[in-house]
Design a protein around this ligand. Structure first.
Ligand code: LMR
Length: 331
């Protein structure tokens, strides 16, 4: 009799907790970003949503907000700390308030190409950088590629002197400011959502960005020239807040991370192709002339901009810069 009562009690308890689990509202991940959906980041975010739906049905849902719909790049990290958004993937140039170390990615002409960037991100040093903002409450969950940056302007830019006195929109990075000042240009820090209008109204003369951003945001329609400079990298870190991450049950956290890893691999897989396609679309549009610079002309840009490395060496850490230089060598 006593045994029966105990069993009934146990069964009722289990039923109650199962009902609770079944009725519990799914955990919501708001994923906010600033670019269009037809970009490596836009595609990665949508893939992540699909994978989470597949791996964690009813337990976790992802809502993607592209095109600065929810937060612009100046606000998203503060919003994340307040719990108003759970994930974002700002460009590596936008973390200055949280760590100086990520400024390494902004050093002009540091990485030869995106493969070097990949080797650096995968190295022990690159992995350590994912945790460089933990004390500020942010955790890096992975890197995502966009690609190498090009220079666009309303006048042709072939040598550094062509940039003299011109206003360039930059992301909120002091290294990028120093890079443009090194060629006597005027850097203007502005959010991504304002760039098109600034270019269209000629409030600024130019900007630097990747082929996919120049194409998807139509900058090529309001810039007569694009110099294929490949002078720097524009990549992302997918971040979340430590408090949100720690609040997830460990099995859910592992599944979310695995969905994200898969989505990042997918995004990275299309980034290079997208850069080529979008460059071609710009060429075909005939709205903007693409300038190819000679090795000698490129060297002039390198000579003018490279002293910026030394100025930021102490803040970034020499060992990080050395590791990036060695990532340029294929083993
Ligand atoms: C920019 O502000 O130019 C880029 O960071 C936008 C982006 O997220 O690719």
């Amino acid at each position: 009799m006593l045994l029966n009562k105990t069993l009934i009690g146990l069964a009722t308890g289990i039923m109650c907790s199962l009902t609770f689990v079944a009725n519990a509202a799914p955990i919501e991940i708001k994923f906010s970003h600033v670019v269009a959906e037809n970009t490596p980041k836009g595609q990665m975010a949508l893939k992540f949503k699909d994978l989470v739906d597949e791996k964690l049905p009813g337990k976790v849902t992802v809502k993607v907000f592209p095109n600065s719909q929810l937060f612009g790049d100046n606000k998203v990290l503060e919003a994340m700390q307040l719990g108003d958004v759970q994930m974002a993937a700002p460009s590596l140039s936008k973390f200055k308030k949280y760590t100086k170390k990520l400024q390494i990615f902004d050093l002009p002409f540091l990485f030869t190409d995106i493969d070097s960037v990949e080797r650096f991100q995968k190295s022990a040093v690159g992995i350590r950088l994912l945790r460089s903002m933990e004390r500020k409450g942010l955790i890096g969950l992975g890197y995502l590629h966009n690609g190498m940056k090009q220079l666009s302007a309303s006048a042709p830019l072939k040598v550094p002197n062509d940039a003299k006195g011109k206003k360039f929109r930059i992301m909120s990075s002091d290294v990028l400011a120093a890079q443009f000042m090194a060629v006597d240009a005027m850097p203007v820090k502005k959010p991504f959502s304002e760039v098109f209008t600034l270019l269209q109204t000629k409030a600024i003369d130019g900007q630097e960005n990747t082929w996919s951003n120049i194409y998807s945001k139509k900058f090529f329609e309001v810039q007569d020239y694009i110099t294929e400079s490949n002078h720097g990298v524009l990549d992302y870190m997918v971040v979340t807040s430590k408090s949100f991450w720690d609040s997830l049950p460990s099995d859910v956290r592992a599944e979310v991370q695995s969905a994200l890893d898969e989505a990042i691999a997918y995004g990275n897989g299309i980034a290079a192709k997208k850069a080529e396609q979008d460059k071609q679309q710009i060429i075909d549009s005939k709205r903007s002339s693409i300038i190819t610079i000679s090795t000698e002309q490129r060297q002039l840009w390198v000579t003018a901009m490279k002293p910026v490395w030394k100025r930021f060496e102490r803040k970034i850490g020499k060992e990080y810069i050395d590791a990036a230089i060695s990532a340029n060598q294929v083993n």
